[in-house]
Design a binder for this molecule. Structure first.
Ligand code: PMV
Length: 308
């Protein structure tokens, strides 16, 4: 048997503007993960089981553009293995779908690793990342590549589209509470809407993206120098810009407000927006109080993580 796992991820700063060349900061979230097992199939067909999305299907029944089919085909094409042997693939995930935690990219990365291990041809992280990026394009059209990069390398990343991976050091650990609105919001839609608005008024949107870029650079500096308390105000400022970009929602705004009024140092939506997750910067002693305030304000689930 060959098994591989991949973590979730969360964008700390810079979502959406990152699609337009500005930097963004993101970190892996190891509390949630995808695991994939690959074994020889007992029959002549390749079977895929993903109970978390109620999927039980043969490879040939998947549509040609289905991301799982695309991963399998692209891995064996990259390895020059044709035809590939009948497999039995099982995918388990604790990452909520379409919620900003990178579930699609994590499935791709874990599946690529499990398949290449099965073929006894493990790939280095940069090749896994390049393949996973191609699959991200099927998920949402014009991805920046941040999800597949953070998840393939499983490291904190200062990401600039098209540039080699840069990680960053965390001088002083800081605590986050992540809360899920429970609303599945496909990234493709919010990214597509932002693109239409950008096309209609490029000067205004480029200026907005520039302001996000400044926040991201200030946040990186704060994280690297241990000035983590100042991250709160930067999160608030980033959230305000995301609201201007039309990608927040009443539910996200309610959670951001609940976090702030219960003691968080700052809070913002994370990822594509319109639903999915938000995050709040907290002092460790206040994490429980903020998490319970978020639940009372409608969060479906919360998760606490320390970035170090
Ligand atoms: O919704 P997520 O976590 O997959 O994040 C999307 C981040 C965007 O900046 C909105 C899109 C992208 O491709 O970077």
């Amino acid at each position: 048997m060959n098994a591989a796992t991949a973590p979730g991820k969360i964008i700390l700063f810079g979502e959406h503007a990152v699609v337009y060349g500005r930097p963004a900061l993101a970190v892996p979230v190891t509390q949630v993960q995808v695991s994939v097992e690959v074994v020889d199939s007992p029959d002549a067909e390749t079977w895929i089981e993903a109970p978390c999305i109620s999927l039980h299907t043969t490879f040939s029944a998947l549509s040609p553009t289905h991301p799982l089919r695309a991963v399998i085909e692209s891995v064996f094409a990259a390895l020059n293995i044709a035809p590939f042997p009948p497999l039995h693939i099982t995918i388990h995930s604790s990452i909520p779908v379409a919620s900003g935690l990178g579930s699609g990219a994590a499935v791709s990365v874990a599946l690529i690793r499990a398949l290449t291990d099965f073929a006894q041809r493990p790939m280095p992280a940069d090749e896994v990342n390049a393949l996973a990026y191609e699959i991200e394009k099927l998920h949402h059209g014009t991805p920046s590549g941040i999800d597949n990069t953070v998840i393939s390398y499983a490291k904190p990343v200062y990401f600039v589209r098209g540039q080699p991976i840069q990680t960053f050091n965390v001088a002083r650990p800081f605590s986050l509470v992540i809360a899920d609105t429970g609303i599945a919001a496909p990234t493709k839609e919010s990214v597509g809407d932002v693109r239409k608005l950008w096309e209609a008024d490029k000067p205004r949107w480029e200026a907005l993206f520039d302001r996000v870029g400044e926040i991201v650079r200030a946040a990186k500096n704060a994280i690297e120098t241990g000035a983590t308390d100042s991250l709160g105000a930067l999160m608030d400022a980033n959230h305000a810009l995301l609201q201007e970009m039309t990608v927040s929602s009443p539910e996200l705004d309610r959670l951001v407000l609940a976090a702030k009024t219960s003691g968080a140092l700052g809070a913002k939506l994370s990822g594509g927006g319109r639903g999915g997750n938000m995050l709040a910067l907290v002092r460790p002693a206040e994490a429980e109080a903020v998490a319970s305030a978020l639940k009372s304000a409608g969060a479906k689930s919360t998760l606490m993580t320390v970035i170090q």
